[in-house]
Design a protein around this ligand. Structure first.
Ligand code: HEC
Length: 309
């Protein structure tokens, strides 16, 4: 009786050890000490999905033709060096959580075809896109979130708006956020999407080039300011061809026609969408002043097909 109890105890002790070793391994190894050599496996891109929880990767990846989709499992990602930090600056969470994951720059370095120049685009289940150009990554070091309080996505809090959606399979966050630019009324905003399914590693000139202003007024200061604002804001939900988010279903050309034909309506929509469309799902921009609305209008007008350069 005693003997089997001891055996049971020692068995559960071994299981416990294994369990806690598994739970702790990636995050705390990296956090504990830089002198501990973390096993740093080469990341092998998988050709097929192993589970719904896998991360899709695409764009321009090292060693495969551009546009190819590959997959990484959560375990593949957890085997990489992990960053751990407090969620104090993340408005998707309460702020008291501990977040763990892998830096987007680190992923670009490992699997991007252009390791030091690729931007990262995070694509969500609702076709929203968060963009991480190089200057954003250098200033804020965004992290692909793998754990919240050590838990996988099933243990994460629900979404901050409606408190009913899972925020997995992935989120992006960063340890703290101080805006590094301000253009008219628009400060730099933290890019912290949830429901992220896919990361693309892309050439920044190709992605933002698709929405560079056109025609004779392209270099005007208000047009350039509008470009900077649209690049950070509108491009998350509005697309230009294959680039940009498709959450809105309203492409750049349609915004251009509206900005050119009915600039007042366009401006009113941007500042307060519900005033123009009771069903609107678009976020309002009540802080945009006259100059900011003017800059966005001038910028979008450069795409108007009727505009003659
Ligand atoms: C978070 C997503 C999101 C962002 C960011 C966003 N929009 Fe929208 N937008 C939408 C959606 C969704 C619609 C479709 C109608 C609706 O819900 O208002 C829309 C519709 C519009 C319309 C009306 C189009 C029409 O044909 O009626 C305009 C104009 C517009 N957006 C401009 C902008 C501009 C300019 C920006 C950037 C300053 C922007 N949007 C940023 C989601 C977004």
């Amino acid at each position: 009786m005693l003997r089997s109890a001891t055996r049971f105890l020692s068995l559960s002790f071994v299981l416990l050890l294994q369990q806690s070793a598994r739970e702790q391994s990636p995050a705390s190894n990296a956090a504990r000490s830089s002198s501990v050599k973390v096993a740093d496996h080469a990341l092998v891109l998988r050709t097929s999905r192993q589970s719904f929880a896998d991360l899709e990767v695409g764009g321009e990846l090292a060693g495969v033709p551009p546009g190819t989709t590959r997959f990484l499992t959560r375990d593949d990602l957890l085997a990489l060096p992990q960053i751990e930090f407090s969620a104090a600056g993340d408005t998707n969470l309460t702020g008291s959580e501990r977040i763990g994951g892998v830096r987007l720059e680190d992923l670009a370095q490992r699997i991007g075809a252009a390791p030091t120049s690729a931007m990262v685009v995070a694509i969500c289940d609702d076709r929203y896109r968060a963009n991480y150009p190089r200057d954003y990554m250098a200033a804020h070091h965004p992290v692909l979130v793998l754990t919240v309080n050590g838990q996988p996505p099933s243990g994460w809090p629900k979404d901050p708006q409606e408190h009913k959606y899972d925020m997995g399979p992935f989120m992006v966050s960063q340890s703290k956020f101080t805006p590094s630019f301000k253009v008219l009324s628009e400060s730099e905003e933290p890019q912290i999407p949830w429901g992220v399914l896919r990361l693309e590693f892309r050439n920044e000139k190709t992605v933002f080039g698709s929405i560079a202003p056109r025609g004779a007024r392209a270099k005007d200061a208000p047009v350039q300011a509008g470009f900077r604002i649209a690049r950070q804001n509108c491009f998350k939900c509005h697309n230009s061809g294959a680039e940009g988010g498709q959450k809105s279903g309203v492409p750049w050309a349609a915004l251009a026609v509206l900005a050119a034909a009915t600039p007042e309506l366009f401006g009113a929509y941007v500042r307060d969408p519900v005033s123009q469309n009771a069903q609107s799902q678009m976020p309002a921009n009540p802080s945009y002043d006259v100059a900011t609305i003017g800059a966005l209008t001038a910028y979008f007008q450069t795409f108007d097909p009727m505009e003659k350069p």
